[in-house]
Design a protein around this ligand. Structure first.
Ligand code: HEM
Length: 203
């Protein structure tokens, strides 16, 4: 359903004859919401950078003595049922008509951290993710193979300092091209491999 709505928005705003440009993103609120929802459920850095308390303080009713090293678990905040309805559900519509942003102003959603040590590249990072995802949805047909159901899609992550998807994705184009591509997504690589036949898709 999410994919269908995103594709409808892209077809309406962009049309079928060109790729999405960076300046189009402001006209694609549903795509923006999808990125927020993805960052809520799958933050790149689940524990952000450790903080050191420079003086005794109280946060949310908890006393934090000076010298304490504090780990902020943004992964858990993003799935906290006291903040989010149905927190484990991927539901971009939850951001509709809300001003909540991802740049450290709203503590319930902190994919780029917050405060003085917040991500310095948040504008660049966000724009790259938004336009890459928008073009991946716009330019490719995403289908699950065989009888596989959405709930069977393996969303396992590999989590060290940062988190990435564990398993490869396969995809093919829906615009006016004839190449088959493999999208390789692993810890260190994010590359498209062009191949000439679709035989690989059955593997
Ligand atoms: C979607 C892409 C990105 C995400 C999700 C992301 C996320 C983060 C997070 C969570 C932190 C820790 C913030 C904190 O502890 O409060 C961080 C720190 C940082 N990020 Fe990013 N980042 C992204 C892209 C970038 C890019 C493109 C650059 C540079 C061009 C960048 C440069 C930095 C730097 C320099 C820090 C350390 C800041 C400090 O410790 O003072 N990031 N990032």
């Amino acid at each position: 359903m999410t994919l269908k709505k995103a594709t409808e928005e892209l077809d309406r705003v962009i049309g079928r004859h060109r790729w999405v440009k960076e300046e189009d993103i402001a006209k694609l609120p549903y795509m923006e919401a999808i990125v927020k929802e993805t960052m809520r459920l799958h933050p790149l850095a689940p524990l952000i950078t450790p903080r050191l308390a420079r003086y005794d303080c109280n946060v949310g009713g908890y006393d934090i003595p000076k010298g304490t090293i504090v780990l902020v678990n943004v992964w858990a905040i993003g799935r906290d049922p006291s903040i989010w309805d149905n927190p484990n559900e991927f539901f971009p519509e939850r951001f509709k008509d809300k001003t909540i942003d991802v740049k450290g102003h709203n503590f319930e959603l902190l994919p780029f951290g917050a405060g003085r040590r917040a991500c310095l590249g948040n504008n660049l990072g966000l724009k790259v993710v938004q336009s890459t995802l928008a073009n991946m949805v716009h330019g490719f047909s995403w289908r699950l193979p065989g009888n596989m159901k959405e709930e069977d899609l393996n969303m396992d992550e590999i989590s060290l300092l940062t988190t990435s998807k564990k398993n490869l994705l396969l995809l093919w184009l829906r615009l006016d091209f004839h190449h088959i591509f493999i999208l390789r997504l692993d810890r260190l690589k994010f590359t498209f491999h062009k191949v000439c036949s679709n035989t690989l898709l059955s593997h």
